[in-house]
Ligand binder design. Structure first.
Ligand SMILES: C[S@@+](CC[C@H](N)C(=O)[O-])C[C@H]1O[C@@H](n2cnc3c(N)ncnc32)[C@H](O)[C@@H]1O
Length: 366
């Protein structure tokens, strides 16, 4: 009798699921669907699609969200993030369900550009990789050392977010293919490089990335231009700043101190606004400023000026990213030049040839 009483309730619950499923247009749910446990453990099973439309430009769609409700998926970043997350979760959980072994991922700092500034750890990881996913700024001399499959993220201002999502997708795909992935990042992965964010993102999928440090352009840039960021009696502290924060927000500048060196990354595109902010922040207009463009590469250039005239100098010299801006008395401490402009000889290669160094680090084949 109890079972008979339950039948209408069961039919009602099933019809709810059916209508939720039917509500999704076929092009959203697609034929490629899987059963996944969604939301909290008490949340019932639901159908959802496994193939997201990353970077789609065909308007808003409806897809089931993680808590089983239907959400709109259009073209803004939050919605794309949802799709990427969904995709990676789908790809990785499918793989785990079929008891497939995941590959590994190592975030590797590539240094500022000169291959001589790679660490031995970085070079070994590059040689051992099946897939290298590099950022656009990694120098072509370093890319030339890569023998494995190589993918380069095209992170340009305004589309960095999409490129980042594409990187996560490549990571997920490489992981399920069991590949040893090197995520090659300019400078140091944890200095304004989203390295921490990538570690957190990968953890969501149960993957713990190894991280190999690199020489940051924040230190190598000034050094290549002959600027010691600390110097007794001149600079007793260094502050590393970004000129561009999350979602293109503008971070505050550090408070003025006469014995402080400020190193700004990602700021040359808004040099005028930066110098205005420094002036408003109480920095004397005579404070020395150095800009090092493409530090440690054969195209390295340096200009020196002051907060007052650096904008004009940079415009005359057509200074472009990637550049490091150094503000403080340390800029001139080793400079004998009276002229503001100074073009520095490119960083000199070490005595050991790159080829022999590279051979020394190749896996022995054990
Ligand atoms: C996304 S940040 C990455 C920083 C990197 N993680 C590091 O530690 O150098 C990119 C910025 O780094 C700086 N940069 C990187 N390589 C550089 C180079 N070779 N010369 C000058 N600036 C560089 C520029 O300010 C550029 O806009």
């Amino acid at each position: 009798k109890n079972i008979v009483q339950m039948i209408p309730k069961v039919i009602f619950v099933l019809s709810l699921y059916r209508s939720a499923y039917a509500f999704c247009p076929p092009n959203v749910m697609g034929s490629n669907i899987q059963r996944l446990k969604l939301g909290t453990p008490s949340t019932p099973l639901c159908y959802r699609r496994t193939r997201p439309r990353i970077g789609m430009s065909d308007g808003t769609r409806l897809v089931p969200s993680l808590n089983n409700s239907l959400v709109e998926v259009g073209c803004d970043n939050a919605k794309k993030d949802f799709l990427v997350y969904e995709h990676m979760l789908g790809v990785i959980s499918n793989h785990a369900a079929s008891s497939g072994k995941l590959g590994s991922i190592t975030l590797v700092g590539a240094g500022p550009g000169d291959p001589d500034l790679l660490t031995l750890g970085a070079l070994k990881a590059i040689h051992a990789a099946d897939l290298v996913i590099a950022d656009r700024l990694v120098s072509k001399e370093i890319l030339a050392l890569i023998k494995s499959e190589l993918k380069i993220a095209q992170k340009y201002p305004g589309c960095a977010h999409d490129a980042q999502n594409e990187i996560y997708r490549w990571c997920a795909e490489g992981l399920v293919e069991g590949k040893k992935i090197v995520r090659l990042k300019i400078g140091d992965p944890f200095v304004f490089g989203r390295g921490g964010e990538e570690v957190l993102e990968l953890r969501k999928f149960g993957v713990e990335a190894k991280v190999i440090p690199g020489i940051s352009s924040a230190l190598a840039g000034p050094l290549a231009a002959g600027i010691p960021v600390t110097h007794r009696g001149v600079a007793n502290r260094v502050v590393f700043c970004t000129g561009m924060g999350k979602e293109e927000s503008i971070p505050d500048i550090p408070a003025y101190h006469p014995e402080q060196t400020c190193v700004f990354l990602m700021a040359v595109g808004r040099l005028k606004a930066l110098t205005d902010d420094l002036t408003k922040g109480g920095y004397p207009s005579t404070t020395p400023v150095g800009i090092i463009e493409r530090a440690t590469t054969p195209h390295e250039r340096t200009i020196r000026g002051t907060i007052e005239d650096i904008v004009i100098l940079a415009s005359e010299e057509k200074i472009r990213p990637p550049s490091v801006i150094v503000v403080g008395e340390a800029v001139n401490v080793l400079s004998k030049q009276e002229k503001h402009h100074q073009t520095i000889i490119p960083f000199r290669r070490s005595a050991m040839s790159l080829e022999s160094l590279s051979k020394a680090c190749e896996p022995s084949g054990e």
